[in-house]
Design a protein around this ligand. Structure first.
Ligand code: HEC
Ligand code: HEC
Length: 226
């Protein structure tokens, strides 16, 4: 028994090292450089390359199908930029809004700069958006708490450890459109998109009206102010 325990220890250690190394790799928003974030540089790039579609304070522009970015965490924004850039998101022909964003991400080769922009976006305060369709927030709360909350946090604030973004700053139309994209397999089905795949897997559990009900519940939550 002792001998078995002793023999097993080094293996256990190796497993831990692999798990920790993977964790550090997966969680660090910028594996290539590990530079300190530069908010000033990030802001300059944001205003020059992003604000025309996502607006000056990151509130998004519905007419351009450009979502709000304010309220999103740096690690999530950076990962999405790399997904767009590497053809993991926004590569399906019918996904025109995704393709438009992918073209922007591909046009910026400086990934360190993308990290600065992501950090700048993280510093913008999120804004609440009204839902304009009839929905049952109480039903939404129940479904949210039984299905979504385990990953996106008890009240939609997001969970960095699980890589699930905050849903509080997102506009109703955008949540609904992304939910549909995950359901269609336009997002989360690329073999390299392991976090998107987790999200895509649960879409079959919820119908369209329930998505609206969930959105109504999320709208009733106070957005996180940073
Ligand atoms: C030409 C308009 C346009 C410009 C310029 C643009 N975007 Fe986008 N962006 C979009 C659209 C449209 C989407 C929605 C994509 C989708 O539906 O999947 C999007 C989506 C995103 C997302 C995904 C948000 C989420 O919640 O998953 C991020 C992050 C993003 N943009 C960051 C940026 C950054 C950073 C810049 C500047 C470097 C930028 N965008 C410039 C149009 C634009
Ligand atoms: C198993 C964990 C898990 C569950 C359960 C889950 N999600 Fe997600 N969700 C994620 C992850 C991880 C992402 C980020 C995917 C990525 O990085 O592209 C995500 C992304 C999203 C996005 C895209 C956000 C954006 O800014 O583009 C929406 C919308 C969303 N989830 C809504 C929901 C709703 C509504 C529910 C419940 C019906 C739900 N999720 C349940 C893990 C989960």
């Amino acid at each position: 028994m002792f001998a078995w325990g002793y023999g097993f220890m080094p293996l256990k250690k190796t497993v831990w090292i692999v798990v920790l190394a993977w964790g550090a790799y997966a969680c660090h928003p910028n594996n290539e450089t590990k530079v300190a974030p530069d908010l000033k540089q990030g802001e300059k790039t944001y205003i020059a390359y992003c604000a025309s579609c996502h607006s000056k304070m990151g509130e998004g522009v519905i007419q351009l199908k450009a979502p709000a970015l304010a309220g999103l965490e740096a690690a999530y924004v950076y990962r999405q930029m790399m997904n767009f850039k590497n053809g993991v998101r926004g590569y399906v022909a019918q996904d025109t809004s995704g393709q438009q964003m992918a073209a922007i991400a591909k046009s910026i080769s400086d990934t360190v700069m993308l990290y600065h922009v992501a950090t700048y976006i993280d510093s913008l305060p999120s804004v609440p958006y009204p839902l304009q369709v009839a929905a049952d927030a109480q039903n939404g709360k129940e479904i949210y708490q039984s299905i979504c909350g385990s990953c996106h946090g008890a009240t939609g604030q997001g969970n960095t450890k699980l890589n699930a973004p905050s849903l509080l700053g997102a506009q109703p139309w955008y949540i609904a459109s992304q939910f549909q994209k995950f359901k269609n397999g336009w997002r989360g089905s690329h073999p390299s998109d392991k976090f998107g795949a987790q999200m895509a897997a649960i879409t079959s559990l919820v119908n369209d009206q329930s998505v609206n009900d969930i959105i109504a519940y999320l709208q009733a939550q106070t957005p996180s102010t940073k």
